[in-house]
Design a protein around this ligand. Structure first.
Ligand code: CO8
Length: 373
């Protein structure tokens, strides 16, 4: 088996950020209007009054302070409450590809590579802009790469599963080098009128380059010591959007084809699943958890990350050991753990071990153990 490494990473961050205060103002304006418009029915008991959201709750419950979005104006307009995106002609790059290209080019540059050096492009993310042609094939085209591309969706764990597929492809020789690109426009699938989840997600795109260790030349290379993936069916995080929506009779209500979750159940069930996975994976590789210098964890909830790291280490993690980006980015689904990796890997020393770990709907979880060269 060839030794394989991650030799470069890239990140695209949208220009506009929405603070909790701005988001809550839009939500509460919508709530006041709804309650005023339905005052009689609320008084008669046939409609339930909506409750306001709060900045304090959002930060305390999740650790999120802000999120980036592809369109701030639409998200914070109480009459709209979703991003508004210009429809593009078929020969223009789609928005997801435009975001993915920035991250992909940066990953190539950081690895000292060009598009000519790769022959696999995997677009691995939760939210695909369309079913076909594959986003990956479009990205491959605009990047100018040869070989092949395909899309894969394992929700928030997509990037970890993408790394495993890329490692397998490079190992087996089916690709010389492979890019794993995770463009996420989560705000497009978020119900900004649902108090339970209106604050959770943001938009971003990431990329990782996977290539043989022997020939990699990037300044920050990480040998892939092992990958381990796990899935377990759950309806606690669900999105019913799909091509059969048109045919379902009667039609589902619009809010049933957006993101929905039972947040508390997810928290309780995913923490043990992920910590057990990490402990077992490190054990199998003969690595003592306390010798791991960094955990680049999926970024959904601050307390969840702290608890997972605590279960793995047997003590509280420091912020350096398990860095947090969700205060600034919120949950960017598959991009989250890679954003943490991208921003917090340059200080590691040769020999240091780190774990990239992503988890989410499915349930799905993936662990990628890395050693700095
Ligand atoms: N403002 C004020 N109060 C609120 C608000 C709000 N915005 N929302 C809820 N409350 C109230 C509730 O009504 C409740 O009141 P009461 O106690 O009177 O019943 C109280 O606050 C507590 O509510 P919760 O129990 O819901 O609050 P939690 O402490 O559980 O926090 C969280 C909610 C933050 C959602 C938390 O449960 C959490 O983060 N859980 C983990 C979720 C998670 O990790 N999910 C992963 C999802 S990502 C994924 O895999 C899918 C990817 C797909 C991407 C699609 C993009 C759209």
């Amino acid at each position: 088996m060839k030794k394989v490494c991650i030799s470069g990473s890239g990140l695209f961050t949208p220009a506009e950020s929405v603070s909790n205060d701005e988001l809550v103002l839009a939500f509460n304006t919508y709530v006041e209007r709804f309650n005023a418009d339905n005052a009689e029915a609320i008084a008669a008991g046939s409609v339930t009054a909506l409750a306001p959201s709060s900045t304090e709750f959002i930060y305390k419950a999740s650790g999120i302070k802000a999120r980036y979005t592809v369109d701030k104006a639409g998200v914070i307009d109480p009459d709209v409450m979703h991003p508004q995106i210009r429809p593009r002609a078929n020969d223009e790059p789609s928005l997801m590809v435009e975001m993915g290209l920035v991250a992909a080019r940066q990953a190539l540059e950081n690895a000292g590579r060009t598009a000519a050096d790769i022959d696999a492009v995997l677009v691995a993310c939760s939210n695909m802009q369309r079913p076909y042609p594959a986003m990956a094939v479009e990205l491959q085209h605009f990047l100018g790469a040869g070989g092949y591309g395909y899309d894969m969706n394992v929700a928030c764990a997509s990037a970890a599963f993408g790394v495993q597929a890329a490692v397998d492809a490079v190992n087996s020789g089916s690709a010389r080098a492979a890019l794993v690109v995770s463009p996420e426009i989560c705000t497009g699938h978020l119900n900004f009128r649902n108090r339970d989840c209106h604050f959770i997600f943001g938009d971003a795109a990431t990329a990782l380059l996977v290539e043989p260790l022997e020939t990699a030349t990037g300044a920050h290379r990480f040998e892939v010591l092992g990958t381990r993936m796990q899935t377990q069916f759950s309806n606690n995080i669900r999105n019913n959007f799909g091509f059969l929506n048109r045919s379902e009779t009667p039609h589902r209500p619009w809010n049933d084809v957006l993101f929905a979750q039972e947040g508390r159940k997810v928290f309780k069930e995913v923490v043990p699943m992920v910590s057990d996975l990490l402990i077992a994976h490190l054990n199998a590789l003969g690595i003592e958890p306390n010798s791991v210098k960094r955990f680049w964890l999926h970024q959904a909830n601050l307390s969840m990350n702290q608890l997972i790291a605590k279960k793995v280490l047997g003590r509280e993690p420091s912020i350096e050991e398990a860095p947090i980006i969700l205060d600034e980015y919120a949950n960017t689904s598959s991009a989250g753990s890679v954003i943490a990796f991208h921003k917090y890997h340059q200080d590691l020393r040769p020999g240091d071990v780190g774990v990239l770990c992503a988890f989410g709907a499915g349930y799905s979880a993936g662990s990628v153990v890395l050693r700095k060269l």
